[in-house]
Design a protein around this ligand. Structure first.
Ligand code: GDP
Ligand code: IMO
Ligand code: MG
Length: 421
């Protein structure tokens, strides 16, 4: 049966998707990114090396695996070229197993200008955007003004580019009369388009469906996480794409009938970068301990990540929205050395205890169940039987609560630090 499995984040991003896609990519012929852009930072560790991918799918390190940047992704040609250069410098030939959708939208320098202006205008209510131009690019896409990869092959591309740039400057100038695009940035943009033109740009929806017809399984790689989804996330503190399972069909051009597994990746605790509500956030030394032990600093912007306990109300919501078939628990090793661990099982909202995710999260107070912690270092563990019993109870509690099996537990950033249950 032709099929695609989806792997996506269930929290506010940075769950460890990149690591798991890299680990699983040996079982798939194709890895395909379906949304987001260079706001993502997917970290992969192997053979003592570390790579952070932003737009390129995490299957790129396996030569035999084809990698697709789908139509739902937004591409910044300059950052994209830099990513390719980094891979080449490390001895890889990404042009050989990378395919880019002609329908993917382009991030222009003026989209980044708009992103910065929008955040500045919001003041303390800012989203905490990565300032990569993501929101304005998706706005132009849905507003039917955007430029796509396919356009760069047309003779009138420059004309279209300047028209759109002028439009952006007209929006920004009332807020900032001096707003302009640095000519060097513009030159870099046009130079990077030459790189883009030299790559395999095609109708990837045909490529992907043909692969499935040949019996080659596809792994769809999500970026960000469910709670940053434009529909179901903590709006307006979200990103501008569908990070959820439905986004994989629209962002790749594959039918829902082809979807087999939906693998949901979550951290054994919770983190968030940027603004917005976070009920289980720990602003005390426990939160700092998680940040220190988990090295919780953004892969894209280097910002310290906000840390807190695992939120099972939010996790259950994400399991439901995505139809998760398998859960994958990351960074279990980071929770070693806590006497006890809290798991949020209900929200107190307007004096009522509820296990549902409300539209507004600002006012909810988390209610916790407390389980015993463990002290054992997990990073060298290779067999599930050797995991400490409080961790096995923690895993079991989550499985019972979500009514979903945990099929993988990660105990470190490396490929080999992965236990299959
Ligand atoms: P992604 O955006 O979902 O791919 O996740 P990021 O790469 O932004 O952040 C996850 C971070 O945790 C990276 O630095 C990974 O190397 C690291 N990581 C992944 N899995 C584990 C794990 O099980 N234990 C530890 N300690 N680190 C991990
Ligand atoms: P990966 O794929 C964590 C957050 C930003 C901000 C909000 C909107 O690595 O998990 P945007 O730049 O999209 O307009 O920012 O979303 N954000 C992420 N947080 N991981 C990510 O990606 C993120 N991509 C965006 O911090 O709060
Ligand atoms: Mg990340």
């Amino acid at each position: 049966m032709p099929h695609t499995d989806i792997l996506l984040g269930l929290q506010w991003g940075d769950e460890g998707k990149g690591k798991i896609v890299d680990v699983l990519s040996q079982s798939y012929g194709v890895v395909a990114r379906f949304q987001g852009g260079p706001n993502a930072g997917h970290t992969i560790h192997f053979d003592g090396k570390k790579f952070v991918l932003h737009t390129i799918p995490s299957g790129i390190f396996r030569e035999e695996c084809q990698n697709v940047v789908g139509n739902g992704v937004v591409i910044d040609p300059v950052r994209f070229e830099q990513e390719i250069k980094n891979l080449r410098a490390a001895g890889y030939q990404p042009e050989k197993n990378l395919h880019i959708s002609l329908r993917a939208h382009l991030i222009l320098p003026s989209h980044r200008l708009l992103d910065a202006a929008s955040e500045k205008a919001k003041g303390i209510e800012k989203i905490g955007s990565t300032l990569r131009g993501i929101g304005p690019t998706y706005m132009d896409k849905t507003g039917r003004n955007g430029l796509r990869v396919g356009d760069v092959f047309q003779a009138d591309f420059e004309q279209k580019y300047h028209r759109l740039k002028r439009k952006h400057l007209d929006i920004v100038r009332p807020l900032d009369a001096d707003a302009h695009i640095d000519p060097n940035e513009e030159d870099a943009f046009f130079a990077a388009l030459d790189n883009l033109r030299s790559l395999n740009c095609l109708n990837t929806e045909y490529f992907l469906n043909q692969k499935m017809t040949e019996g080659i399984p596809i792994l769809a790689e999500g970026a960000q996480g469910t709670l940053l989804d434009i529909e179901f996330g903590t709006y307006p503190f979200v990103t501008s794409s569908n990070t959820t399972a439905a986004g994989a069909c629209a962002g790749l051009g594959i039918s829902p009938r082809c979807i087999r597994k939906v693998m949901g990746v979550f951290k054994a605790y919770t983190t968030r970068v940027g603004s917005g509500p976070f009920p289980t956030e720990l602003l005390d030394e426990t939160g700092q301990k998680i940040r220190d032990q988990g090295a919780e600093y953004g892969s894209t912007t280097g910002r310290p990540r906000r840390c807190g306990w695992l939120d099972l109300v939010a996790l259950n919501y994400a399991v439901m929205i995505n139809g998760v078939t398998d859960l994958m628990m990351m960074k279990s090793d980071v929770l070693s050395g806590f006497d006890s661990l809290n798991l949020c099982t209900n929200y107190l909202n307007n004096n009522t205890l509820s296990s549902q995710m409300p539209m507004e999260l600002d006012q909810v107070v988390p209610h916790y169940t407390t389980l015993n912690g463990w002290n054992q270092d997990l990073t060298q563990t290779t067999q599930t039987e050797h995991l400490p019993s409080p961790l096995l109870k923690y895993i079991d509690f989550i499985q019972q609560f979500t009514q979903t099996p945990i099929s993988l537990v990660s105990v470190g950033p490396g490929r080999e630090q992965t236990l299959f249950l």
